[in-house]
Design a protein around this ligand. Structure first.
Ligand SMILES: [Mg+2]
Length: 140
């Protein structure tokens, strides 16, 4: 089953229960964040060894799986509400990360190192676009 079919199945399940009236973008965003918090709670205060245990323990793995399921369902529902194709938004994001990785390497060659994407983006505009080294339509 591809991701679009999966999204349709989630929306059909929701609509059969008339839950769509609750699924406005604000409440979906809140729900997505809450479910991400439930996933985070599994790992809260855990050492690296305990995290490794979670990856192998059947019961712990099931908890992670269930929270990921909640997150994915809300993410697919949110994408549906905005008429976004889930495949497209994932692939676009991967392309952006790939560009940032390449750009980070260029900036590193120029002696600039950033920990966050916002720093890379600011350097892109300041040092590469404003100076005319690359065209403005790269800046996004
Ligand atoms: Mg949950």
């Amino acid at each position: 089953m591809d991701i679009r079919e999966l999204q349709e199945k989630v929306i059909r399940f929701r609509d059969q229960r008339d839950w769509g009236k609750y699924h406005n973008p604000k409440d979906l965003a809140i729900s997505l964040s809450l479910e991400a918090g439930e996933l985070l709670e599994i790992f809260q205060w855990k050492s690296q060894d305990e995290v490794e245990f979670i990856k192998t323990d059947g019961e712990q793995r099931q908890r992670v799986k269930e929270e990921l399921g909640d997150i994915l369902i809300y993410a697919l529902t949110m994408a549906h509400e905005f008429a976004f194709d889930p495949s497209e938004i994932i692939l676009e994001k991967v392309k952006i990360y790939a560009c940032f990785y390449g750009l980070t390497a260029v900036l590193l060659d120029r002696g600039q190192q950033f920990r966050k994407h916002t720093g890379v983006k600011a350097a892109l505009h300041k040092d590469l676009i404003k100076t005319g080294l690359i065209e403005a339509n790269w800046g996004g």
